[in-house]
Design a protein around this ligand. Structure first.
Ligand code: ADP
Ligand code: MG
Length: 375
């Protein structure tokens, strides 16, 4: 951050039991949501459409009033403040650039209103647009640049106000997939440089997991889990979340625990040693395709490869047992196994996510149980 002359700020965000309902609807868009964001964090808010992400962002921006609860920036309660009093920069899905103005005039609009000296504005614009590689486009209008360039300009417009919080609502969703990946990498670099607390809304789990320090997952107006991408990947709080944050769909099994303390999946064609659960328990088990170890075994009689799909660095296989059950595995592409190849499968207990069969809630992981002395 040493070469930065922009006055960057980062503030802690505290969302305390925020309740938000629209009109006469009795179903809250935010149901007493609480969230803590440390200064300088890049937090992704991830959830399906209609889960309350935009509402959350608008509440932080001051664009929506809350019915109950509080929003604090650092020690300051901003719940009653107008958007322009909050010191936030906002980037929406479609950029809020003025179609008849040059990018330079759009970007400088807010600081000019705020009576920032002209020279200072020029200096900020130069710095920010260099970071974003749009310095050469400032004379053009939004209609004369690409979608990706427009979103870069929208980010520049938010940053020249020197916000203490940067809010982004699906900023890259209108950009094609390849460019979206490039933009998200640049966003992470930009965030490293400026260190401004950033909240990034997306419905794309890959995008959220790729960019964020932590991810807050929303569903039906509630926060389901907040954690680092690795925490969400390793220890999802429930079965729904495990699926939602996974790039490769999970294998799901109904299982029971037998007398030998094994997890018995699929009528016994797959078993996992060391369940460490009460005998006879019925549970739901989720296993990631990359966590099923598969090796060719000519003498194997239960499992055979049904299909294989080359996905670049990995190969995805569907394998089928003698009863017709299918599971998906993913291995590194060191060798390709052919359809019909008999294989042996192995799943380690540490790789199983075990959920309550009724509620889908996660049980403590095997290692956590070991640590707490449960056996
Ligand atoms: P997301 O951004 O995750 O798709 P939203 O925050 O836009 O979700 O919406 C959350 C819920 O609030 C949805 O049920 C949506 O239909 C409702 N909602 C959002 N905006 C309004 C509005 N202006 N008026 C009435 N209902 C709204
Ligand atoms: Mg939205």
């Amino acid at each position: 951050m040493s070469e930065t002359t922009l006055q960057t700020q980062s503030v802690a965000i505290h969302v305390r039991k925020v309740l938000k309902r629209y009109g006469s609807s009795d179903k809250p868009a935010l149901n007493e949501v609480s969230l803590e964001v440390p200064p300088g964090e890049l937090l992704a808010v991830l959830g399906p459409s209609g889960s309350g992400k935009t509402t959350m962002l608008n509440v932080l921006a001051g664009l929506e009033q809350v019915e109950a609860g509080h929003v604090l920036f650092g020690d300051e309660d901003v719940t009653a403040l107008q958007p322009e009093q909050r010191g936030v920069g906002v980037v929406f899905q479609s950029s809020m650039l003025y179609p008849h103005l040059s990018l330079r005039d759009s970007i400088s609009f807010a600081p000019r209103i705020a009576k920032v000296p002209k020279q200072e504005i020029s200096r900020r614009i130069e710095e920010v647009t260099n970071w974003l590689n749009i310095g050469h486009l400032l004379g053009r209008r939004p209609g004369e640049v690409s979608g990706g360039e427009r979103q870069r300009a929208a980010i520049a417009k938010a940053l020249v106000t020197q916000p203490r919080l940067l809010l982004m609502d699906e900023p890259f969703s209108a950009v094609d997939a390849q460019l979206r990946r490039q933009l998200r990498t640049e966003l992470v670099k930009l965030h490293r440089r400026i260190g401004t607390t950033t909240i990034f809304v997306t419905h794309d789990q890959e995008e959220a997991m790729a960019i964020a320090d932590r991810v807050a997952v929303m569903r039906d107006g509630e926060l389901v889990q907040v954690g680092t991408p690795l925490e969400l990947y390793r220890s999802p709080v429930n079965s729904w979340l495990a699926d939602f944050v996974s790039i490769q769909p999970l294998n799901h099994f109904d299982a029971h625990v037998d007398e030998a303390d094994r997890l018995v999946l699929l009528d016994g064609t797959l078993t996992v040693e060391g369940a460490r659960l009460p005998r006879g328990s019925r549970v739901a088990v989720g296993v990631r395709p990359e966590h099923i170890t598969m090796r060719p075994e000519p003498a194997a009689t239960t499992w055979r490869i049904l299909t294989q799909e080359m996905l670049g660095s990995v190969v995805k296989y569907v394998v089928r047992d003698t009863n017709g059950h299918e599971i998906t595995t993913v291995t590194t592409a060191d060798e390709m196994l052919a359809p019909d190849q008999p294989v042996e499968l192995r799943v380690d207990r540490g790789r199983c996510m075990v959920f309550d069969a009724q509620t889908g809630k996660a049980f403590a992981s095997a290692s956590a149980q070991e640590a707490s002395g449960v056996s």
